[in-house]
Write a protein that binds this ligand. Structure first.
Ligand code: CP
Ligand code: NVA
Length: 316
């Protein structure tokens, strides 16, 4: 996190919080999820810790899960949201990110931004005087990975030494998994075709922090003995549907044969939306090892922890 003690808690990437705070987020999410199992989804938690706070949700790309989970998370914490998109706000007419950040900071208590270029969210954070949360950029998707860690842990798996295997495109979601690996000390086998590798600087940082990261073009080898199998769309938002890319990705489909290489109790994760029949077969997506809808629900519980951290109510 930039700045010293008392600095604004922006959550642009997992490293802004650090390993201890992420562990605290997952623990708090598990407790809050269990404590409200009897409540309707829109009812506030009894302590309503964010009562009176408003979060602006700013979307420059489509979203279902991130949009709904932040809204419901804020309701459950006793706060509220307002929604902006580039088409109907002045962002779409060229108002600068810097001015938008300064205006929103006078009006709301926090800002979540989903955008393309990661530099835009850095710009938002540089000019905001309230916490800024990354709801996905072309570079990373940290909130998704807090939900993924929660899902893996509630399924009874411990993070240190966990073998996570990723298949397909070396994209934003993989980048945040790699960052989490360094912070939480698990290992990642990355099986991607040549030319679609993750950012080497992110791989290097994960290794420096103590994660074992293996890059391979052999999907079966990457899956062998893995605890968690993960994939994502082969074409992320903003990318071209190139035939060449789809052809390169085909050998990396997560199907029954690939799952058969992993541990018998391995989990299948996918951040969604999925393209069943492309990056994952229907058999795996709908099969008993798939926890993708727990993972989707956990976006709410994880978001609540991210928000509590950002507002200084969780973690050191
Ligand atoms: N996983 C995820 O971020 O989904 P949305 O694009 O629907 O928000
Ligand atoms: N990699 C995907 C994730 C969607 C949640 C994308 O950026 O479109």
């Amino acid at each position: 996190m930039s700045g010293g003690k008392g600095a604004i808690r922006h959550f642009l990437d997992l490293g802004d919080a650090g390993g201890d705070a992420i562990a605290a987020m997952v623990g708090d999410a598990i407790d809050r999820k269990a404590a409200r199992s009897h409540l309707p989804k829109g009812a506030p938690d009894p302590d309503a810790p964010l009562k009176g706070r408003v979060l602006a949700l700013v979307f420059e790309k489509n979203s279902t899960r991130t949009r709904v989970s932040f809204d419901i998370a804020m309701r459950q914490l006793g706060g509220s949201v307002l929604l902006l998109d580039s088409a109907s706000s002045q962002l779409g007419r060229g108002e600068s990110i810097a001015d938008t950040a300064r205006v929103l900071s006078r009006m709301v208590d926090g800002i979540m931004l989903r955008t393309d270029d990661h530099a835009k969210i850095e710009e938002m954070a540089a000019h905001a005087s309230v916490p800024v949360i990354n709801g996905l950029t072309d570079l990373s998707h940290p909130c998704q990975i807090v939900a993924d860690l929660l899902t893996v842990i509630e399924q009874g798996k411990a993070l240190p030494g966990l073998e996570v295997a990723w298949f397909g495109d070396g994209n934003n979601v993989l980048h945040s998994i790699l960052e989490a690996a360094g912070l939480m000390k698990f290992n990642v086998r990355v099986a991607v075709p040549q030319g679609y590798e993750p950012d080497p600087a992110i791989v290097a940082l994960a290794r420096e922090r103590g994660a074992q990261v293996t890059l391979t073009q052999d999907a079966a080898a990457a899956a062998r003995g893995a605890d968690v199998i993960v994939t994502d769309t082969w074409v992320s938002m903003g990318q071209a549907h190139a035939e060449e890319k789809l052809a390169a990705m085909a050998p990396y489909q997560v199907n029954a044969a690939l799952m058969g290489e992993a541990k018998p109790d391995a989990l299948f994760l996918h951040c969604l939306p999925a393209h069943v029949g492309e990056e994952v077969s229907e058999e795996v997506f709908e099969g008993p090892q798939s926890v993708v809808f727990d993972e989707a629900e956990n976006r709410i519980h994880a978001q609540k922890s991210v928000l509590l951290w950002a507002f200084g109510l969780l973690g050191e």
